[in-house]
Write a protein that binds this ligand. Structure first.
Ligand code: NAD
Length: 508
């Protein structure tokens, strides 16, 4: 990279003060980064899988050793409470490394395909790394969401070039330092900084894109990948409905709503965004929920190590939240807690509980991505399910009930990539389960065996089991009897009735 570069200046979400800067990569810088990653990848892919896993386990140990540094920077740059840096970013990555390094031999082993007809031949799949994977990420979980796919891509034998969000570039620099400390060759894990143009330059050079971000950008990224015909996984926005059924345990429901709605200041793609409450339990739920929300006092998370909630990461997001709440209130919603920007430095917004919410309010259809729980009173379960499905998004959904069997029946009718019963957010911490949406929440998955394989080309080998003949009956030359013979064979093998098979055998 040359010395003359425009800079991104990073500002503290709590104070607005500058906290660091990074150079913006030009298109040339990006193509150089990918070219050197490409060279490193060839040597990396040639190493045995067990050796690659060994190095990733060393990375895991460095992550554990650097926990305090990572948490401090996440509080400073992203704004989250120190404990959330550990529980929702670091722990998930450590567990993901543990899981995939333990399971990679199984997941990436060649897979036989039993052939139902051609028994004289055999088939299997094998998995070949794609080359250089570009990872483009958001600012809400900048440590976990970029490094999780990076780990899976690296185990599979790829190099990665990561373009982090322009709001959280510093944590990516620290991540790179830690991965290299763990023994990863430096060129194998590269970071390029910038805005949309840098992301575009990355797409123009790599062999696959893993994108996490908004629906609007996801469509542009998918289109650019389509132009190059490279694979693209898109993890996009969510509008998770939370159904409180008549028989829900109200204590657990209230606690789950508080955490599922306000963790990371509501900036979670899986956050509870729409609470659909059966009318009969609304008073009991509010009695429990209101004090929990009132207790959440936003703090500068770098100063208060026990802060429960911090600021929003950036002013743009705070203004979106503010405009959605104002729209709801102007149409008749009541803020029983919060409802406004907290004046002063930083991007603080008061944790907000809205009641009397109706479907015509934007907050019931647009992603809020902030510290707001809108509650809508529902008369029956059928309308709850219909309302849950009235969205262009379908990432996560939640059903709370004491009757798990019934909860599963309801869950199966909800249009979402994952539905949790009596829990919130936590499947992201289960790397064996698929993470991905339906509808406009994205295409493809991170996590699960399929994601590790997705970082590879699936290649198919077909070979002979028995000694081969000089030729096959259906190869050249086509003799006069071939057509009749094949037709008889087809009817005899595939005819649905005995009579039809016999007729075919006789040439009928
Ligand atoms: P965003 O779409 O604004 O930005 C995401 C990334 O894309 C950034 O790095 C940005 O610089 C880059 N980018 C912007 N324009 C680009 C272009 N034209 N080409 C290539 N790259 C481009 O999203 P954000 O505001 O950073 O993140 C918030 C969104 O992410 C929310 O909608 C949230 O729901 C979603 N999200 C989804 C998941 C999931 O797993 N499904 C997880 C976290 C966040």
């Amino acid at each position: 990279m040359s010395d003359v570069h425009a800079l991104i200046e990073v500002r503290s979400p709590s104070t607005g003060e500058p906290i660091g800067s990074v150079p913006i990569a030009t298109a040339e810088d990006v193509s150089e980064a990918v070219a050197s990653a490409r060279i490193a990848q060839v040597e990396w892919a040639a190493r045995p899988l067990a050796e690659r896993c060994r190095i990733l386990r060393q990375v895991k140990d460095r992550v554990i050793a650097r926990t305090d540094d990572i948490c401090a920077l996440l509080s400073q740059e992203q704004g989250k409470p120190r404990v959330e840096g550990l529980t929702t970013e670091i722990l998930g990555l450590v567990d993901l490394i543990q899981y995939f390094t333990a399971e990679a031999e199984r997941i990436l082993a060649p897979e036989p395909i039993p052939l139902h007809l051609m028994k004289h031949r055999a088939s299997y799949l094998h998995w070949v790394p794609r080359g250089v994977v570009g990872i483009i990420g958001p600012w809400n979980f900048p440590f976990n969401l970029n490094n999780g796919p990076a780990v899976a891509a690296l185990i599979a034998g790829n190099a990665v070039v990561i373009k982090p969000s322009e709001f959280t570039p510093l944590i990516q620099e620290l991540s790179r330092e830690i991965f290299i400390e763990g023994g990863l060759p430096a060129d194998l894990y590269q970071v390029v900084h910038g805005y949309g143009e840098t992301g575009g330059a990355l797409i123009a050079n790599v062999d696959m894109i893993e994108f996490t971000g908004s629906v609007r950008t996801g469509k542009k990224v998918a289109a650019a990948c389509g132009e190059r015909l490279i694979p693209c996984v898109t993890e996009l926005g969510g509008k998770a409905p939370f159904l409180v059924l008549e028989d829900a345990d109200l204590d657990r429901t209230a606690n789950a709503l508080a955490w599922g709605g306000f963790a990371n200041c509501g900036q979670v793609c899986a956050s509870v965004e729409r609470v659909l409450v059966h009318r009969s339990v609304l008073p009991g739920l509010l009695d429990r929920l209101v004090p929990l929300v009132k207790a959440l006092e936003p703090k500068d998370t770098t100063q208060d190590k026990l802060a429960q909630i911090g600021p929003l990461n950036n002013a743009r997001q705070r203004d979106i939240v503010s405009s959605l709440v104002d729209d709801a209130v102007s149409k008749g919603a009541r803020a029983v807690v919060g409802g406004s920007i907290i004046e002063g430095p930083g991007n603080f917004y008061a944790p907000t509980l809205l009641v009397d919410v109706t479907t015509d309010m934007r907050i019931m259809s647009e992603e809020t991505f902030g510290p707001v729980l809108p509650l809508m009173t529902m008369e029956d379960e059928e309308s709850m399910i219909a309302e849950a499905n009235r969205s262009h998004l379908g990432l996560l959904a939640y059903v709370f009930t004491k009757n798990t069997r019934h909860g599963r029946a309801v869950a199966e009718r909800i249009e979402a990539g994952t539905v949790m019963i009596n829990d919130v957010l936590s499947t992201h911490g289960m790397p064996e389960t698929p993470w991905g949406g339906v509808k406009q929440s994205g295409v493809g998955h991170t996590h699960s065996d399929a994601s590790l394989r997705g970082f590879c080309e699936q290649r198919h080998i077909n070979y002979d089991l028995l000694p081969t003949l000089k030729t096959e009956p259906y190869w050249y030359p086509y003799g006069p009897r071939l057509f009749g013979m094949m037709k008889r064979l087809m009817g005899t093998v595939y005819g649905s009735s005995i009579a039809q098979r016999i007729r075919s055998l006789r040439g009928g």
